[in-house]
Each structure stands twice: as C-alpha cells, then as structure tokens.
Design a protein around this ligand. Structure first.
Ligand SMILES: NC(=O)c1ccc[n+]([C@@H]2O[C@H](COP(=O)([O-])OP(=O)(O)OC[C@H]3O[C@@H](n4cnc5c(N)ncnc54)[C@H](O)[C@@H]3O)[C@@H](O)[C@H]2O)c1
Ligand SMILES: [Zn+2]
Length: 663
C-alpha cells in the first residue's frame, strides 16, 4: 500500500474511534487508540510531503450533536503528552523562574462553566474543541461541585473535569447488575449525553476545576487561589519551582492513584500564574503553558482464550479468564476474574472475545467487558457454568442474586488446599517458607489437611520428599515455628470464615475478647454488640467456630497462640494524654533521642495514639500538628503552612511522651 493511503486509513480510523469514544462507547482501549495516533504521527513526521486534510492530529475531540451547539470563547484544546523526565525538564527550561502547578489528569469529561455576574448561565462539553454541546440542564441536575452562584461580577469561565467517582460507579453497578457501566469515564460521557436527567439520576458526577478565565480584577492571578475564592473545588494542585520538585509531585500522584476516589491517567503540569499561562499561547491543538505526563495504562484489550472455574477456600466456585498475555497496570496479566455467572451474562462475554481488562493498582485484574461486539466472527463460545464441582465432582449449589456457585462438600480437595494456603498466607500465620506448590504436594500426600497439621510436621518427614533439601526443610520448620505466635486476630483471618473479613477480625480483637475460644463461646448476641458486626456475620462466626472447635483445640495443643496480641488492642491512653484531641501527621525519619535508635513510623504513631492523638496519613485542613522527623521535604512543609497547620519537631513530642510516661 502507498504510504499516503496508509496515512489516510489511519486518519479515518482515528476519526471513527473518536466519534464512538465521545459518544461514551469506545471501540478500543485508550492505549490502543494512542498507538494508532502515534503511528500516524510518526508516519507524517517521516513523510512531510503527505498532507492530510483534515489532519485529525490537529483536531480535538468529536463533532458536537444532540444537544444544541455552543461556540467556545476560546478553543478547548488537547494537551501535549510526555512520558519521560527529560520532557519535564524541557518544560521548565521553556519558562525559567515560573511557578508551575502539578495536578492529577482526571479521567472524565471536560466541561466549560460560564458565569455571568455571579450566576451560572451555561455548561458546555468540549465537543470538537471549537463548538460543544449545551448540557446546562444535565449539569445542574447531576453534577456536584458546580455552584449556582459565585461571588464575582463580570464574565467568568471555569473549565474542569466532570468525573464519576469510583464509589458512585461501584454503587451503580451493584444496584444495576443487569446493565453495568464499563468504566467511570465512559459512564461520565454517557451521562452527559442523556436526553433527560431523570433517566440517569443515579449516575451523579463530580466537578473539579483546572482552568479559570476572567477579566474581572477581583480574581486572583494564581489559578488555585482563584478557584478557591470562587468556592469551586479544583483538582489537587501542588506548586513547584523546578523540574525535580515537579517530578517528585508526579511520582507522588502516580503512587497515590489507587487510594483516590477517581480515575486518573496522568499528571498535568501547568503555569500557576493565569496571566503567564494565557501569554504562553497555543499550538494547533494544545496550549504551550501545560504538559500532560502520561501514566501506564490501567486498561487494555486482549483475547479471552478460555474460562476455568476455580474452587476457593470457602467452596465458592469462580470463573477465571485465561487471557492472551497483556501488559496492563504495570505488569503482564494472563488471568483475570470474571466475578460470577450473572456478571458474565450482564456483560455478554464469550470465549474468543476481545475483552477490556482493567487492573488498577493492587486490585485483582478483571474483565470489564467487550468493547466492540461487531468484531465477533461467530467462532466465539458461550461460557458454561459447571453443574458439578471441578475438583470433587459433587453437585454445586447457587446462592444470592448473582447466583454464585458453591461446592458444599467439606472434604473437597480443592477447598482443603485453598484453606491451607490461606492459613500460611502473610495476612494470617505467615508461614512464608512453604510455598503453594509444597502445600499442594503435602496435601496430596495426605499429610496436611487442616491448619493444625502444619504443627505436626517434622524435618525428617519433609526430607522423605523428592527434591527437598536439608536447608529448605529447616527453613520450613523454623517458619512454622515462628507462626505459633499468630494470635487471635490473624488466626481468625487464617480460618477463612465466610463473611468474616480482615476488618471483622480486627474489630473483635479490639472489642476486648481475650482469645479465639472466647469468641467461639460468646454467642450471637455478644458478637452483634461489637461495632460494625451485623447479624449475618455473627451467625457465620457462631456456626463455623462451633464446627472448628476441635481444630482450635488441636492448634492450642500444638502451642499455637490464639490469644489477643498487644498490637491488636486499642491503644491505652496515658494519664494526662498530652496529645488528646489532636489529629497528627508524621513525616520524616523518627529516632528515639535517648538512644539515637531509629523508630519505625507505625511504632511512633502508636506512641502518639497512646498519648491521645488520632493519626492521619496526609496533611489536610483537619490536621492539628505536622510532626517532623529528619529529612522532611519542603513540599510537605509548604502545604502545612498554607493550611495553617502547626509544624512541630519530633524532639518536642518525645519530651511530651516521656513526661506522660508513654515511653
Ligand atoms: N479509546 C478510544 O477509542 C479513544 C478515542 C479518542 C480518545 N481517546 C483517549 O482520550 C484521550 C484523548 O485525548 P484528548 O485530546 O481528549 O485529551 P488529552 O489527553 O489531550 O487531555 C486533554 C484533556 O485532559 C483533561 N484533563 C483532565 N485533568 C486535567 C487537568 N488537570 N488539566 C487540564 N486538562 C485536564 C481535559 O478533559 C482535557 O480536555 C486520550 O487519553 C486517548 O487515549 C480514546
Ligand atoms: Zn468440591
């Protein structure tokens, strides 16, 4: 094919993909779309003689339709993309001495809000960048964080991102399992394309500002201050004076992205001064005064090769997707969960489909759905739920609205192995020297059946196995030995009682139960009296702990501690509690001034709690004290100063702790 023809083909494909995407139903994952853009960009650079008219790379977004068109006062542009630290340095070099804000690149839909003499008059989508859709009615009805009135005269335009919060997304999908939304971004786009707000009432969005344009003298020149003065929540912004600081802020955003209630796909750098930003001007499709730093994609499409039904520790049988390996969320994913048969049905997923896989942070990768059902060839197969347990071949039972499948055979081999693996896991007994493969072998040999069997293992017995060496056997025995200190909370986690989460175990430990046996004896009534423990969880605990009574006795007899551990108890607040009522944030390296020894952050935090403090992980307006150790970054201090949070050196806190006899 001619290069020119190929370029035109790519351009047409980009236009088609954009159109689908801005309607809220994309046909491919973003990474795949970006790759097509990159290919075209590369081609046009290598062949400057090829002229596309129009060239989609110089256009933005999608054409407006549906709602009435509104012309933007100035174009709503795309952003220049960066992936390397050098590009951040180059950005700073272009604007020497200028303050730059770094903020998350929120993954939603951009909106322009126009205020006239203090009143919201219009909300418009980006559209093709020049002309957008009037969505004022939808925004008034559905978008939180958009004030009806602001305290400033004249014309003010605030631009920002409307996102669907992850919590809203999760709640919606839980309530509508038959018509799930595929991801928060498409959900936001779809919501603002609705013809009537009543039809999408449960799909609320949240607005975060990232741009402010006005000639009103009253508005601050600094973007963040300007938005704050209007009472409009902005994207979280951090002021940086050099590339190094900015890079650190970008890294912090990337590392913190999973803890946030919204999706983001990068970080945006932008001149903090609104006038400087305007003066920097624009290129054909992006402003010069901003740069988008892209993060690794958390969604990709790949082939669903097979579905295997896997038996878990509580007997639940879950569908696992076997995928054509795909690099997503920072690792290569080959398996992903499909949740249950109702989810498969609602998302209409078949074996052989090209599916969208999502892996955000530590969550288990999952199959979000099929983007483009038109790609089907007819060779796809339906996913058939099993009628008997894949491990023991006993009939399965169905439970709940999502018709989850269970094997109720207590002697089911797959369940036995899963329970043993779970007991040995980090969150429970933490027998880290025995991996899954060995647990399976020992279970196959009939040596391991329940957790207490670990404690009857001897080195001699282990050495009877092929490929078992002296050193490994000793390490395994030592690791088992150490796990005897497991204690109430982690033992309860390790026993894998249905419906009892890690949080349940923590709450019971804090509630004053001295041992696992005491919980087993407590009865339903005393258990539901514990905060956040409901009737169903209590009933499950009562039933399963009764069943496990002989196992608890065996564990005890083997010298395994099932008693509450000091670290799992609520802190004992010292008399006089010098930090009572204070919310504190600890930063920097902490060391005991009396010995000079380094003290781990959680240990120091616990000491502060014993002195009456509540510890938080990051500085906010609710923080009372920022306690600083050695080597604290300037940005933390600047933030504390801006929010009026008192900064106090660890030395003074140690003095208080010593005086109150906490240490
Ligand atoms: N899957 C598909 O078929 C498909 C099709 C078209 C576009 N896309 C995706 O959409 C994006 C296209 O780029 P684009 O030009 O629409 O947007 P962009 O990536 O160039 O970024 C500009 C947009 O970023 C948003 N944004 C979020 N936070 C911001 C902040 N703090 N400051 C400034 N802007 C902020 C705004 O909405 C703005 O319009 C890419 O991520 C691309 O992968 C996907
Ligand atoms: Zn079974």
């Amino acid at each position: 094919m001619e290069t020119g023809e190929h370029a035109q083909e790519l351009a047409d494909r980009i236009v088609a993909l954009r159109e689908a995407y801005y309607q809220g139903s994309p046909l491919v994952a973003d990474a795949e779309y970006d790759a097509i853009e990159d290919e075209l960009r590369g081609l046009l650079e290598a062949h400057p003689n090829i002229a596309l008219d129009p060239n989609p790379l110089e256009q933005v977004g999608a054409p407006a339709e549906l709602h009435s068109p509104v012309r933007h006062s100035r174009p709503m542009l795309s952003l220049e993309k960066a992936t390397k630290p050098e590009q951040v340095v180059a950005f700073f070099n272009r604007f020497p001495g200028q303050s730059v804000v770094v903020m998350p690149k929120l993954d939603g839909l951009s909106l322009a809000l126009v205020f006239e003499d203090g009143r919201l008059v219009r909300a418009v989508t980006r559209g093709d960048g020049t002309t957008g859709d009037d969505v004022t009615v939808l925004v008034r009805a559905l978008v939180d964080g958009v004030p009806e009135r602001i305290d400033i005269a004249g014309r003010v335009e605030v631009r920002g991102e409307a996102v669907m919060l992850r919590s809203t997304f999760a709640t919606y999908n839980k309530a509508n399992p038959d018509k799930p939304l595929i991801n928060p971004r498409n959900a936001a786009a779809g919501t603002l394309r609705a013809k009537d707000p009543a039809t999408v009432a449960e799909r609320r969005l949240q607005f975060f500002g990232f741009d402010l344009d006005t000639s009103a003298d009253a508005a601050a020149v600094d973007l963040e201050e300007g938005l704050q003065a209007l009472g409009i929540a902005g994207a979280q912004m951090q002021h940086c004076t050099d590339a190094e600081q900015a890079q650190a802020a970008i890294t912090a955003i990337e590392q913190g992205r999973n803890a946030l209630n919204y999706d983001l796909d990068g970080a945006v750098l932008r001149l903090a001064d609104r006038e400087a930003y305007a003066a920097a001007g624009t290129r054909s499709s992006s402003p010069r005064g901003a740069l988008a730093f892209k993060f690794a994609a958390e969604e990709k499409t790949t082939l669903l090769r097979e579905v295997i039904w896997d038996v878990g520790k509580t007997g639940k049988i879950v569908p696992v997707a076997w995928l054509e390996p795909v690099f997503v969320g920072g690792t290569t994913v080959t398996k992903a969960t499909l949740a249950n048969q109702e989810v498969i049905r609602a998302r209409d997923i078949k074996i052989g489909d090209t599916v969208l896989v999502r892996r955000a942070g530590d969550v288990i990768p999952f199959v979000a759905g099929v983007l483009d059902a038109a790609k089907r060839t007819g060779e796809e197969r339906d996913i058939e739920p099993p009628t008997v347990c894949p491990s023991c071949e006993q009939p399965v039972t169905e439970q709940g609205n999502s018709r989850e499948l269970f094997c109720t055979n207590v002697a089911c081999p797959a369940q036995t192995v899963r329970r043993l693996i779970h007991w040995a896991s980090r969150a429970a007994a933490d027998i880290d020297a025995i991996g899954q493969v060995w647990i399976e072998r020992l279970a196959d040999a009939g040596i391991l059946e329940s957790p207490s069997d670990f404690y009857t293992l001897t080195k001699e017995r282990l050495l009877e196995f092929d490929r078992m060496g002296e050193v490994s056997a000793q390490r395994m025995i030592d690791s088992i030995d150490a796990s005897r200190q497991v204690g109430l909370r982690r033992a309860l986690i390790g026993l894998a009682i249905p419906m009892a989460s890690d949080g349940t175990a923590a709450r019971l430990a804090r509630a004053g139960f001295g041992s696992l046996e005491e919980i087993a004896d407590a009865g339903q009534e005393r258990l539901v009296a514990v905060d956040d423990i409901g009737a169903k969880v209590a009933a499950s605990l009562v039933a399963h702990l009764a069943r496990l009574r002989p196992e608890l006795e065996k564990l005890r007899a083997a010298g395994v501690s099932l008693d509450v551990r000091e670290e799992d108890l609520p802190p004992v607040i010292a008399a006089g509690a010098p930090l009572e009522g204070k919310t504190v944030v600890i930063t920097g390296a902490i060391s005991d001034p009396r010995s000079g020894e380094k003290v781990a952050r959680p240990t120091f935090q616990r000491l502060c709690e014993q002195a009456g403090a509540t510890a938080a992980s990051s500085v906010s307006a609710n923080t009372d004290l920022l306690i600083t150790g050695a080597g604290v970054g300037d940005s933390k201090l600047a933030k504390a100063e801006k929010l009026g949070v008192e900064v106090i050196d660890q030395g003074e806190i140690w003095d208080l702790l010593i005086a109150a006899k906490v240490v």
